[in-house]
Design a protein around this ligand. Sequence first.
Ligand SMILES: Nc1ncnc2c1ncn2[C@@H]1O[C@H](COP(=O)(O)OP(=O)(O)O)[C@@H](O)[C@H]1O
Ligand SMILES: [Mg+2]
Length: 255
Amino acid sequence: MGKVKSKRHILSKWKKTCALIPNARIRRFIPDTEKMTRASLKQMLSQFQMVYIKPDVGTYGHGVMRVEMEADRSQLVYRYQSGLEIKRFATYDEMYDSIKEKTKNRLYLVQMGIHLARYRKRRFDIRVMVQQSPSKKWETTAMIGKVGDPKKVVTNIHNGGTPTAVEAVLSAYLPKDKQQELIAYLKRLGTLTAKQLHSKYRGIKEIGLDVALDKNMNPWLLEVNTRPDPYVFNKLKNKSMYRKVYRYAKAYGRV
Ligand SMILES: Nc1ncnc2c1ncn2[C@@H]1O[C@H](COP(=O)(O)OP(=O)(O)O)[C@@H](O)[C@H]1O
Ligand SMILES: [Mg+2]
């Protein structure tokens, strides 16, 4: 049991993960996550073949890399992508040395990779916005699809991603009624996550969940932001979500 804190923003992804893990109803959605070391990356890679590594403190997908291991004619080969750059290696240790040149001494996390569902061939994930209402209740106020740049391994809007209506990104996978079911489910995951994080960090007023959907439409919680961008919701034609996000953000003094 960690101490209860009054901070409004928590930057460390590791700390936020540790605050969520004790809740079994949330833990089941969190892909295996470890602090990155030469040994932990190797172990996770042999377990999952594809993993993501990310700075413990970072935003906009900066420094996030996709790392893969593949058998090529009974020989293992390794590669990673960082930004637009893809590098290949014959041995794990060569790859790790190259990764370390980029990550330097910053703490990195390694996470089981999710094969994201696609919209028009591009990977997407979902931003779920959860806010404290003016009457101090947790409410999921908005949701948006983030469709990644085809040349990148991240979907962030500030990294080439395109904000897209959730119904549009789900349409190729689910009929209308099932879309609404999934949306309702993600809304509950949002408020559940907010309450859990708020129980450890009492200053939190808003969170933004990055939820991946795999090809079977199973949700995975990739990260939780405590300073989510309210303006992405202004990119949609329908302004009703944005108006609510803005009104709530104004009530707790964010905008
Ligand atoms: N485990 C993962 N599996 C698949 N894609 C991931 C994974 N982790 C991150 N990503 C991709 O990278 C993006 C950025 O990662 P994220 O953890 O949200 O860090 P940031 O704080 O930089 O946004 C995600 O929105 C997603 O597109
Ligand atoms: Mg993110």
